[in-house]
Design a protein around this ligand. Structure first.
Ligand code: CA
Length: 234
């Protein structure tokens, strides 16, 4: 039985949080491997090859970013950063260095589990399926036809500009992941994230959200985290 469970490496030095998160994950049927330091995390990572890593950035021996870079050197294992750091630049740095998502303490149990499920779903998806095969992406009532460069919601075409389509297509290709401003700008305009281009991106996003009919209380396909980036929800 145990062998069928997803293995999650939990790197966290605060005992209370470690126990809380481990209990939460175990109750949800995951196998949890615990590490309190960057050193232990590296050793356990190589011997267990977990399906997902939950990583605290403030570790006693080294910065969690060191472990993040260690994992990213030769693996795409999803990494969820869990940290008290609420500074936007720390989130951006973690995401730009290969973290897949970010949860800031204090977080709710439901929020953490939702992120974990989402990241495990993505990794299974990319490992076993090629979603680009038929040139389409769909989520709920949103459908993207890459070949025709068309977007539909509830079967009705949403008229997007070329730039708006490129942004939506890029976010959909990375559905479930928080994409930083600079990652989106690089993919869409090929430049670096300067003030002007972030503004340009935000203007385009505002138009996209308007066209998507994003209103409170309805399904929002794209989440905006101010100062960090955007995520197409999976
Ligand atoms: Ca810590």
């Amino acid at each position: 039985m145990t062998n069928n469970k997803f293995k999650i490496l939990l790197v966290e030095d605060e005992t209370n949080i470690q126990n809380f998160v481990a209990a939460l994950l175990e109750t949800s049927g995951y196998q949890v491997i615990r590490a309190e330091s960057c050193m232990t995390a590296q050793t356990l990572y190589s011997s267990y090859l977990p399906d997902l890593v939950i990583l605290d950035l403030g570790l006693p021996d080294k910065d969690g970013m060191v472990f993040l870079e260690y994992v990213r050197k030769n693996s795409l294992t999803p990494i969820l950063v869990l940290s008290a750091r609420s500074m936007e630049r720390d989130k951006v740095a973690a995401l730009d260095n290969g973290a897949n998502d970010y949860v800031t303490k204090p977080f709710s149990a439901a929020e953490l589990l939702a992120r974990v499920r989402s990241l495990l779903r993505i990794s299974r998806f990319t490992a076993h399926e090629d979603r680009g095969l038929d040139g389409r992406f769909s989520i709920d009532e949103l459908l993207i036809d890459y070949d025709a460069r068309q977007v539909f919601i509830k079967g009705e075409e949403i008229k997007l500009t070329q730039t708006e389509f490129n942004i939506v297509a890029f976010l959909a290709e990375n559905a479930g992941k928080m994409m930083t401003y600079s990652a989106i700008i690089k993919a869409v305009w090929g430049g670096c994230a300067q003030e002007g281009s972030i503004k340009k991106l935000q203007v385009n996003m505002a138009n996209i959200r308007k066209k998507f009919g994003a209103t409170p209380g309805t399904v929002n396909y794209i989440t905006n985290e101010l100062g960090v980036g955007y995520r197409m929800n999976s």
